[in-house]
Write a protein that binds this ligand. Structure first.
Ligand SMILES: NC(=O)c1ccc[n+]([C@@H]2O[C@H](COP(=O)([O-])OP(=O)(O)OC[C@H]3O[C@@H](n4cnc5c(N)ncnc54)[C@H](OP(=O)(O)O)[C@@H]3O)[C@@H](O)[C@H]2O)c1
Length: 339
């Protein structure tokens, strides 16, 4: 099969087209003929040598794809209500930048009715992450207020839409007025330009001094103290990335006096059973929203996976350069149908 590999750690051009042996599905697994794969920030971290591949995972990048089940464990597929020939999207621990990808059957979901494979490829990584962190760890309830740091990220556009569909009030931060507008267009109630405004003060003002019930944080570092300052009593801070640094100094007295919860998680190394449980929750609670059009794919760009352009010799390198430019709103997709 054709694939994109990380030839060495470095800039986007280290992503190279290659030919690898076709992967084989084992017990409890399915082989997918990939139509599209989603690009996520963790892929960039992996490419630069800052996100090690979990034991047993493919060294090829790519955490999500959509395509057609070509082969696999037919019993496991039947138990999941799936079969060879079905259109699915899948969360994987690696290997999605390829024409063929193996996924645990528990991590497959049917392509929502009315959705294309190209759009379905944008679902798994951010929907599993947001579900697990905002709704399970963060326990967001209808009527509560969610603050999303990085509202136009792939994670952010998912969190905005899901939390709004859930009946929450959503405040976001973004790094430009244009990005703030994009978040409002997606349904966010309030958007704060974190480069020109103090988000903690604004969140307090927007909530009449009460604060946010849940904060989804991908920055950490110096943000943690300010997030604690703008969390409501009994609020939950959920850290999913440390773009602002791993060290934070904050007032621990606030945590106990106001009964705050500080938590976080990283999805990729979690066991298949954990991810399969999220898949079931998504299918029951979120897939109907996707099929009703209440939550939509937000695709900024799509690149033919193996096509050269912009000075790069394949679409994956172009996609990574775009992601690193930070100019995207929503998801970036690699199209393997033109490969
Ligand atoms: N823990 C997990 O399981 C898990 C899973 C998936 C992703 N992640 C993490 O989640 C983050 C988003 O992933 P993605 O694929 O959606 O990436 P992405 O689209 O590249 O988004 C990165 C976002 O970070 C925002 N950001 C950077 N510095 C910020 C700051 N100081 N204040 C507010 N926002 C800031 C950017 O906002 P502006 O462009 O507006 O500056 C941008 O929206 C990444 O850090 C990724 O590693 C974690």
């Amino acid at each position: 099969m054709k694939a994109i590999e990380i030839s060495s750690y470095g800039a986007p051009e280290v992503l190279r087209a290659c030919v690898r042996p076709d992967p084989v599905a084992g017990v409890g697994e399915a082989l997918i003929r990939v139509a599209a794969s989603g690009v996520n920030r963790p892929d960039v971290l992996q490419r630069t040598g800052n996100y090690p591949v979990p034991p047993g995972a493919s060294d090829l990048p790519g955490l999500e794809c959509a395509g057609i089940v070509e082969a696999g464990d037919t019993e496991a597929l039947a138990a999941a209500g799936l079969k060879v020939g079905d259109a699915v999207c899948a969360l994987v621990a690696g290997g999605a930048y390829a024409e063929l990808c193996v996924a645990p059957v528990g991590q497959l979901l049917p392509v929502p009715k009315g959705w294309s494979l190209q759009d379905a490829a944008t679902l798994p990584e951010t929907f599993f992450t947001v579900w697990s962190n905002v709704f399970e760890r963060g326990r967001l309830q209808p009527g509560e207020t969610l603050l999303v740091q990085g509202g136009t990220s792939g994670i952010g556009v998912t969190a905005i839409q899901l939390a709004k569909a859930w009946g929450a009030t959503v405040i976001v931060t973004a790094g430009s007025d244009d990005k703030c507008r994009a978040c409002l267009d997606l349904g966010a109630d309030h958007a704060i330009n974190y480069k020109t405004e103090d988000f903690a003060e604004r969140v307090k003002a927007l909530t009449d001094g009460r604060g946010a019930d849940v904060i989804l944080d991908m920055v950490a570092g110096s943000y943690v103290a300010r997030e604690i300052a703008c969390l409501a009593d009994d609020g939950r801070l959920v850290i999913i990335a440390v773009q602002g640094g791993v060290k934070s100094e904050f007032n621990a007295g606030q945590v106990l006096r106001r009964r705050l919860t500080l938590t976080g998680s990283t999805l990729r190394p979690r066991p298949v059973a954990f991810k399969a449980a999220i898949a079931q929750a998504l299918r029951a609670q979120v897939w109907p929203m996707l099929e009703q059009g209440r939550v939509q794919a937000v695709v900024h760009s799509r690149f033919a996976a193996l096509a050269a352009g912009d000075g790069y010799d394949n679409g994956a390198a172009r996609a990574h350069a775009l992601m690193e430019s930070g100019s995207h709103v929503g998801k970036i997709v690699l199209d393997w149908t033109a490969a």
